[in-house]
Design a binder for this molecule. Structure first.
Ligand SMILES: Nc1nc2c(c(=O)[nH]1)N[C@H]1C(S)=C(S)[C@@H](COP(=O)(O)O)O[C@H]1N2
Ligand SMILES: [Mo]
Length: 197
């Protein structure tokens, strides 16, 4: 809770069905990647762009960063308020490419073939960013080192850890959890958790 928040204001920040946690639970499918050699890491920006771009670790880490503050909401019902991050704005990364007009959706690709989808407008929101530090510390391997997407206005599964690719698409397509019954969009304030047939 920030000092400025009244109890009602803090309540309004917690979506229905969520419980506050002070810790930072770790959740993912599969194993945590441990990197030995960052010269092999890159971030690939591809799909509906005029030229595909691959940013090396050095290039990505040299991009200007700023602070972001937000609340995160996991579909498994925990929420964590007042996170302080250091990261790269989406607009900064988008200076590297020219989007084609047909682009309407984004697939975020992570290590081990994991993926998650979101509409282009949600990716381009000023509150969405590439997270490098959380509460003053570099991301741990478990939380997505070296870089994770952070999309705070959607359930936290959209915040891909171990990000390696950004694909621009002309229509929506389900990512890993979305193919397995999670909601295609995932607004926590509308409780868009699962979308089973
Ligand atoms: N690459 C990758 N990113 C992922 C996941 C995953 O399985 N793989 N799980 C998502 C889910 S379901 C959640 S709730 C958050 C958890 O992030 P945390 O472990 O940092 O709390 O990561 C998301 N990002
Ligand atoms: Mo999750």
């Amino acid at each position: 809770m920030t000092a400025a928040d009244t109890p009602q204001e803090q309540k309004d920040r917690i979506p229905p069905g969520q419980t506050l946690t002070q810790g930072f639970p770790v959740l993912h499918y599969g194993s945590v990647p441990y990197y030995r050699d960052m010269s092999k890491w890159d971030l690939r920006i591809f799909g509906l762009v005029d030229h595909e771009v691959q940013l090396s670790y050095k290039q990505f880490m040299a991009l200007p960063r700023r602070e972001f503050r937000n609340d995160i909401h996991c579909v498994t019902t925990w929420s964590k308020l007042d996170n302080v991050w250091e990261g790269v704005a989406v607009a900064t990364v988008m200076e590297q490419v020219k989007l084609l007009p047909e682009a309407s959706h984004v697939m975020l690709h992570a290590e081990h073939g994991w993926s998650t989808n979101l509409p282009l407008d949600d990716f381009l929101r000023e509150t969405t960013f590439f997270g490098i530090k959380h509460n003053g510390e570099l991301l741990t391997p478990e939380h997505g080192y070296p870089v994770r997407m952070v999309v705070p206005h959607l359930y936290f599964w959209k915040s891909a850890k171990w990000l390696r690719g950004i694909e621009f698409m002309s229509k929506d397509k389900p990512g890993f959890w979305e193919r397995n019954g999670y909601h295609m969009y995932g607004d926590p304030f509308k409780e868009q958790r699962y979308d089973f047939d």
